[in-house]
Design a protein around this ligand. Sequence first.
Ligand code: FES
Length: 76
Amino acid sequence: MGERKEPYILHEEPGLKKYCACGLSKNKPYCDGSHHGTGIHSYKVEIDEPKTVAICGCGLSKNKPFCDGSHASQQA
Ligand code: FES
């Protein structure tokens, strides 16, 4: 995370989702297993109904993996 200035807007179906927490995934915002050996683990989120979610891409959210609007404070 931390490469973007805006969230990833995803239309998720029900199920267990794993979002990247280490910043190394090549399939962001999803975890691709690249964190192995770093001591960092993915964010696991159970989605119980089809919904749109905003996943933090800037790294500043205090409610990760979700966007909390903190990206708006970044300089352009
Ligand atoms: S993208 Fe990080 S707080 Fe919105």
